[in-house]
Design a protein around this ligand. Structure first.
Ligand code: TRP
Length: 353
């Protein structure tokens, strides 16, 4: 069986270090491992519209921004097919057929959908399109016969739902669709990177994100203002490492080389944490180190991003070529789906059979 990756992001804003740690970094790693027959990276504008119907401009404007973030992080168009969801109408058609295989109560039980309905104060006025987005996500994944889907942990319920749809479809219409597996980052801290305010999730609306496109100075300011252990008031006080955003970021991003370069008096993260727990290590010192780490991670990304900002027409060409390739792949699956459902009426006079 072919090994295929499909994943993507909603273009509702610039991507932040939560996206980077939770999924982008993993994608680039998998891309460069070279073990995949195909890698599809989707800019999920249609999904973004499900809760931004009145702000299509916001979605439109962020398509290029997300594409810039992708290339900046190291996704390469020769190795990964980057495309725009709404330009592949086959996905919409697949969604429509899959909708019949899912009950309303099943979608209502999807924990991510539940949380998002609450977050958006939708409750009684959920747009039908929004409600159905887990089904459309199953269409995205199966259209490319994805075997692996590298995403953040919040997407696990979507994958579960997708697998159910695959089983149901194959049971009803015969073996047609491929069952996907979720790929989560191995590093615990990368799985759940909190906002700089210590809130569980980085989100644009909370204003607690470090963006991949932030300037050096913006990153520095954000890191230096980060929430830490509120009981660690004086340097000599013992501090908590668990749940402390500064240390969670260090767990996600620090590497032995960074200690050697920026903080050689410590052998590594363990020793630094030990000192913080004991007392005698100030937040400012740790934050300065974290700033060096973040700058080391982000500065090559920032450089590549600004290079691509000068080449937007070329970026558009990349998206266009990627979308054409994606469309051809999705059309093949749609053909198989129609055949399995026996709604390929005009092929070989099938309607007469
Ligand atoms: N839901 C994902 C997000 O919030 C975007 C997405 C849409 C996606 N379709 C997908 C991710 C299919 C993985 C697979 O960013």
């Amino acid at each position: 069986m072919k090994k295929v990756i499909l994943t993507g992001d909603r273009p509702t804003g610039h991507l932040h270090v939560g996206h980077y740690a939770g999924s982008l970094k993993e994608r680039v790693r998998l891309q460069n491992e070279g073990n995949y027959d195909d890698i599809y990276i989707m800019i999920a504008d249609a999904q973004a519209l499900t809760d931004n119907a009145e702000h299509p401009e916001k979605v439109r404007q962020n398509i290029l921004q997300v594409a810039l973030d992708y290339l900046a992080c190291g996704l390469e168009p020769e190795k990964s097919t980057i495309f725009i969801q709404s330009m592949v109408p086959e996905l919409t058609e697949l969604t429509f057929y899959y909708m019949n295989l899912v009950t309303v109560s099943r979608v209502q039980r999807n924990p991510t959908v539940k949380a998002e309905i609450q977050m958006r104060n939708f409750e009684a006025s959920i747009p039908v399109g929004f409600f159905c987005y887990p089904i459309s996500q199953a269409a995205d994944i199966t259209a490319f016969r994805a075997t692996e889907v590298p995403v953040g942990e919040d997407q696990a319920p979507m994958l579960e739902q997708c697998r159910e749809i695959v089983h149901k479809f194959n049971a009803v219409y015969g073996e047609t669709l491929t069952e996907p597996k979720i790929v989560l980052p191995k590093n615990e801290a990368c799985l759940r990177l909190p906002g700089i305010d210590g809130k569980a999730k980085m989100s644009k609306s909370l204003g607690n994100c470090i963006y991949l496109s932030d300037s050096e100075e913006e990153v520095r300011k954000k890191v230096m203002s980060m929430f830490t252990d509120p009981n660690h008031l004086r340097i000599q006080d013992p501090g908590r490492v668990e749940g402390n955003p500064v240390f969670i970021y260090l767990e996600a991003f620090s590497r032995p080389e960074y200690f050697a370069e920026f903080l050689p008096e410590y052998s590594g993260l363990e020793e630094l944490e030990e000192h913080y727990r004991k007392g005698g290590l100030g937040d400012v010192k740790v934050k300065k180190f974290l700033n060096n780490v973040m700058q080391a991670e982000l500065s090559p990304i920032r450089q590549k991003r600004s290079m691509w900002e000068q080449r937007l027409p070329e970026l558009c060409e990349i998206l266009k070529a990627g979308t054409e390739k994606a469309r051809a792949a999705a059309a093949e699956t749609l053909h198989d789906v129609r055949h399995a459902m026996r709604i390929d009426y005009f092929e070989n006079d099938n309607l007469l059979k």
